[in-house]
Write a protein that binds this ligand. Structure first.
Ligand code: HEM
Length: 198
């Protein structure tokens, strides 16, 4: 992709002949920032709170209720975002200024959807194996298992979370580079106002 593609306000033509926009649809922008905070909050809460608070702690059930509820809300928002993304014109992937890096940026964005789906699937599988639906949501009064270590899905959940944290870090670094070093208007595509579709 040429550097011109990132000129603020310019509408890059679509390679598939479909409509292109200079900015993302306002609903996509809203969902992007909501999901960004929800996902980062879930990662921080998981690694720095859930991981260290023992299952015998009387507050652990409430913590798990928040975590599992937010995780499922993230999946729902991600699915809505996917549908809006399919149905609205959007800018060309930005990358680092070359066609190969633009393709890589497109794939990294797809990886977000895949990793979040895997996070929720592995979290939900752990919840089913540990009967958390009864213990946490139905408040059956039964105790939590001493740890979740016995469930392979729990270890998978931790590994996918680590991968997701790496991807989030790269995404933030890439966006900051566009914003602060290249100053090419890519950050403004994820803001409100001045949207044009061609
Ligand atoms: C995008 C969504 C999610 C993110 C980013 C996330 C992140 C995390 C992280 C970072 C941990 C700590 C992992 C570790 O200790 O190695 C964790 C633990 C856990 N998560 Fe999730 N999670 C998500 C969704 C879910 C969902 C939907 C459920 C269940 C329905 C769930 C259930 C659990 C459980 C049961 C634990 C174990 C808590 C503990 O360590 O004591 N998670 N999660």
């Amino acid at each position: 992709m040429s550097a011109l593609a990132h000129t603020p306000g310019r509408v890059e033509p679509s390679a598939h002949g479909g409509a292109r926009a200079n900015k993302y649809h306002p609903a996509l922008v809203l969902l992007h920032w909501l999901l960004a905070w929800f996902i980062i909050a879930s990662l921080l809460f998981g690694f720095f709170v859930l991981r260290v608070v023992p299952n015998t702690d009387p507050h652990k059930i409430d913590m798990l209720e928040w975590h599992m509820g937010l995780g499922m809300a993230i999946l729902a928002a991600m699915l809505v975002r996917l549908v809006v993304r399919w149905r609205t014109a959007r800018p060309a992937p930005a990358g680092l200024g070359t066609p190969a890096s633009a393709r890589a940026a497109g794939r990294a964005h797809l990886a977000f959807y895949v990793l979040v789906a895997c996070m929720v699937a592995s979290g939900y599988a752990t919840a089913l194996l540990a009967h958390l639906n009864d213990i946490v949501f139905a408040r059956s009064g039964a105790p939590l298992p001493p740890t979740f270590d016995a469930y392979p899905t729990f270890h998978l959940h931790g590994w996918i979370a680590a991968l997701l944290a790496v991807l989030v870090t790269l995404h933030v670094l890439g966006a900051s580079w566009h914003w602060l070093v290249r100053r090419d208007g890519v950050m403004r595509r994820m803001g409100w106002g001045g949207r044009r579709v061609e």
